[in-house]
Design a protein around this ligand. Sequence first.
Ligand SMILES: [Zn+2]
Length: 139
Amino acid sequence: MKINDHTPSSMSVECPRCDAYIVGEPQGYLVYYDPQDGLPERWTLLACSRKGHPLLVVQEEFASGIPFEEDRPHRVWPSEGRDLSNLIPRELRKFHQEARKCFRAKTYRAAVVMCGITLEGVCLLGGSKRQIFTRYSNI
Ligand SMILES: [Zn+2]
């Protein structure tokens, strides 16, 4: 790879339609940079190697001369799901993240329990005295 050559190579990403990590084959890309918007970004349109599903990923250039490949491809579309705001207490974010992991792993009962714990945590932080799921947790 030449210095300053931004042409993307094949990359490993999760294809939600195949429900697996696949090799994404670049179909096109765009490098965008405006200092007011943050770091330089490379947006790459990929085709899933299994069935050709379209995927859009973005990678940032952490420093000048550092290739975009140093940044893990963040799948923008289909969305990986957004992170919760840091304004939400860390424990609640942790429970919510675990619920999402359970859902992705198709352990739906565990996902429901984790959603219940998350909601109960919200109630406890709001002043509720009643506990069902979080009796042994440290909210
Ligand atoms: Zn796919």
